[in-house]
Design a protein around this ligand. Structure first.
Ligand code: ATP
Ligand code: FE
Length: 355
């Protein structure tokens, strides 16, 4: 099965072709057209601007993905598209394009949950067997999922406030470092002393797999303000030490909660236990090694897909769509775009379904 995938739920206009041969998926092409420069001046993604850019770029992304794979639209077996969750204008652009292509070619249409795309990626890249444990940790998400099949996901817990990527971005702003904050904080932390400032580890004393990161950011703000008051500004060493303290706190929270999530997951006695990570924050070396350590201690394999398949892309949508199509799960032209769509809620939304 060869699927075209279309993704436009945030600020990347993406299209890809993926071939599913039995159990094995292969990425034939993957085009991601970012919009950073359009949103840079606003300090965040502007939904209206994102929607317009998707409307302008998505069909070009589809053309480029077909060209890179050396395929014509007539040769694909189906059209998969992110139907949510995400910024509604962007999701709508993708869904409208996919419906148009499906109607014009008579190919099956497959609505895919964006989070399912992320969650299934380690199966595509590392061949993980179901069920595996997944930590999705990005700019907008932070949750532990047990991935049971292409269509069944159980959420064990997640952040109750900020996502870690968002926290890294805010931390960078507080410290006068550039955006995106994650890589900048990680670079500054390399020469820092994590023990100099004592930052909190919220929710670690509570049972369960829920996490909180907003208190950490407030503590960082206070530590910074105390320094500014005492010495009139921050030295490069202060920034390094604060960055290291912050990064270590995030890594410890994630690994402590991963240990709990692993314990719950291992109770099911999975045949080939594995912990996988996805999302931009998984690029962080300190966080990655903390999670790798937690997996090793629990006796689980650790998998981290290549970064370009960890962050938003359409290959994951094409792959998830191919899995759905192989199970006979398709959608018709009543498929609708949905801003919120929890992963454990099943099939794609339909127009008039009241969801
Ligand atoms: P989502 O996919 O949830 O809609 P998003 O598009 O913002 O959100 P990603 O593209 O997966 O998420 O990741 C971007 C985030 O990852 C940013 O917040 C960025 O700061 C963070 N990030 C990137 N590299 C690192 C790093 N080395 N350390 C920590 N955080 C990082
Ligand atoms: Fe995403």
């Amino acid at each position: 099965l060869t699927l075209l995938g279309i993704e436009s739920s945030c600020d990347d206009s993406a299209a890809a072709l993926v071939c599913l041969d039995g159990e094995r998926g292969e990425v034939l092409s993957s085009i991601v057209m970012g919009q950073e420069e359009l949103h840079a001046a606003f300090g965040g993604v502007v939904p209206e601007i994102a929607a317009r850019a998707h409307a302008e770029k998505l069909d070009l992304a589809v053309e480029a993905a077909l060209a890179e794979a050396g395929l014509r639209l007539a040769e694909v077996d189906g059209i998969a598209v992110t139907a949510g969750p995400g910024l509604i204008g962007g999701v709508l652009s993708g869904v409208m394009l996919a419906k148009g292509l499906a109607a014009a070619t008579g190919k099956p249409l497959v609505g895919v949950n964006h989070l399912a795309g992320h969650a299934l990626t380690p199966r595509l890249t590392d061949g993980l067997a179901f069920p595996y444990l997944m930590l999705l940790v990005s700019g907008g998400h932070c949750q532990f999922l047990v991935v049971r099949s292409a269509t069944e996901f159980s959420r064990l817990g997640g952040t109750i406030d900020d996502a870690p990527g968002e926290a890294f971005d805010k931390a960078a702003r507080l410290l006068g470092l550039p955006q995106p904050g994650g890589p900048a904080v990680e670079a500054a932390a390399a020469t820092g002393d994590a023990a100099r400032f004592s930052l909190p580890r919220p929710l670690l004393d509570r049972p369960g797999c829920d996490m909180s990161f907003s208190g950490l950011k407030t503590a960082l703000l206070r530590a910074r303000d105390r320094l500014v008051e005492a010495q009139g500004g921050l030295t490069a060493q202060d920034v390094a030490d604060l960055s290291a303290g912050f990064q270590t706190a995030v890594a410890e929270i994630l690994s402590a909660k991963a240990t709990r999530a692993l314990r719950l997951y291992m109770e099911e006695a999975p045949a080939a236990p594995a912990l996988a990570v996805a999302g931009g924050v998984a690029a962080n070396g300190a966080i990655r090694s903390a999670l790798e350590e937690a997996a090793a201690q629990a006796g689980a394999r650790f998998a981290a897909p290549p970064l370009k398949l960890c962050t938003d892309n359409a290959a994951m949508i094409a792959y998830a769509g191919a899995l759905r199509l192989s199970l006979g799960l398709t959608d018709d032209l009543t498929l609708s775009a949905r801003p919120r769509w929890p992963l454990d809620e099943g099939a794609a939304p339909m127009i008039g379904s009241g969801k």
